[in-house]
Ligand binder design. Structure first.
Ligand SMILES: *Cc1c(COP(=O)(O)O)cnc(C)c1O
Length: 366
């Protein structure tokens, strides 16, 4: 016996297929995987294991702690890059943990260089250059200074140049071209001293901008999890399904309201299903009155999403087909695509996935 709780089903076969789809559209050597934020909320351990067994040999995370966790799942030969770089004083810990920082500022590079000369073996790092997103990365001018010190680059172990696209999901945005030009300039400048340096510019959507943007290493994240939708991007396999169990089915008479704020009021007699799962589980409150679920057919959501529950109109189902206590209503899945539901809630798949809560039971299927 167990209590009824929401179920988050993660299809690892679909993640493998999505990685293969990304890889087959990428002409560089190395299609990596970005598994930051607990693999976009889906559980880093099973996701990393599935991708490694599929052949993925390069991983990106955001922070040192995430890197340590991913490192514990993988052989030493697999490269793990930490996108937010290395905080002051953490240099030796990165070296010991066999994590490669993506150095995001001139100061961070200088500190790394200072520390790396004391490492007992070769250091490894990546440099990030700002090409127009203006979030992280050193400027082109700073990169030029760095690139003139060949001995420094060797000691620091610079092996990869990284930048990040701001508008990859809008193929016609002019910034895509500007960023490409700046990135090419930065790379040329480094290649004078480091002819074998590798380069990485694209995220999931960026892969589909065309070969010019692709370089050596791709860094897809959301595409692995089926959450990317943009023109020119093929259809990814659905990875995530969210099912919420029915706690109670009840009648609602004409004139009665349901839920907080009495926001929704019945204009005829109805039958409603109350399910376990609300904004405490990541079912956004902004979906109130907007979303619908699926139980053999579409069942509209009524009233406000509460912390632990929400309500669906099951009046359209014949009494015999009505859900009963314990039956599962699909909120995300094959009938309720993640991107559509995220958009209904006023957000994007990335935020939706990373908010899905710890109270949900995660089931992995292959
Ligand atoms: C998160 C992230 C990615 C992955 O982007 P997706 O849009 O999820 O494919 C790639 N590069 C950097 C620097 C990131 O922060």
């Amino acid at each position: 016996m167990r209590q009824l709780s929401g179920v988050l089903q993660v299809n690892l076969t679909a993640i493998r297929a999505n990685w293969q789809l990304l890889r087959s559209n990428f002409n560089g050597d190395d299609c990596a995987a970005v598994v930051k934020a607990n693999a976009y909320g889906l559980g880093v351990k099973p996701v990393v294991r599935a991708l490694f067994s599929e052949g993925c040999r390069t991983f990106f995370v955001a922070t040192y702690d995430e890197g340590v966790e991913v490192r514990s799942l993988l052989p030493d030969s697999v490269n793990i890059y930490v996108l937010q770089g290395c905080a002051a004083g953490m240099e030796f810990r990165f070296f010991e943990a066999n994590l490669i920082p993506v150095l995001i500022s001139f100061d961070m590079y200088t500190r790394w260089l200072g520390a790396a000369s004391g490492f007992p073996a070769e250091a490894k790092c990546a440099l990030k250059v700002n090409t127009g997103m203006n979030r992280l990365g050193m400027s082109l001018a700073e990169l030029e200074v760095v690139s003139q010190d060949r001995a420094g680059l060797m000691v620091a172990g610079v092996e990869l140049l990284v930048s990040h696209l701001a508008c990859a999901d809008e193929p016609s945005h002019e910034l895509n071209h500007k960023q490409l030009l700046s990135f090419e300039l930065a790379l040329e400048c480094l290649k004078i001293t480091l002819p074998n340096i590798k380069a990485s510019l694209v995220n999931s959507a960026g892969i589909f901008l065309g070969q010019a943007w692709q370089f050596d290493i791709a860094r897809p994240g959301i595409g692995l999890f089926g959450g990317v939708e943009a023109s020119g991007v093929p259809k990814f396999s659905n990875v995530v399904s969210l099912y919420l169990p029915v706690l109670q089915v009840r009648g609602l008479c004409k004139g009665e309201s349901v839920g907080y704020g009495a926001l929704w009021c019945a204009d005829h007699d109805m039958r409603i299903a109350i399910v376990s799962g609300g904004y405490g589980d990541g079912v956004l409150r902004s979906l109130s009155c907007l979303a619908s679920g699926w139980f053999n057919q579409e069942v509209p959501m009524l009233g406000r999403v509460s912390m632990d529950s929400c309500v669906f109109d099951v009046s359209a189902l014949a009494e015999a087909d009505c859900p009963r206590e314990g039956d599962l209503i699909e909120v995300i899945g094959d009938h309720r695509p993640l991107c559509d539901v995220a958009e209904q809630g006023g957000t994007i798949s990335y935020e939706f996935l990373t908010r899905l809560g710890g109270r949900l039971e995660k089931i992995y299927c292959e």
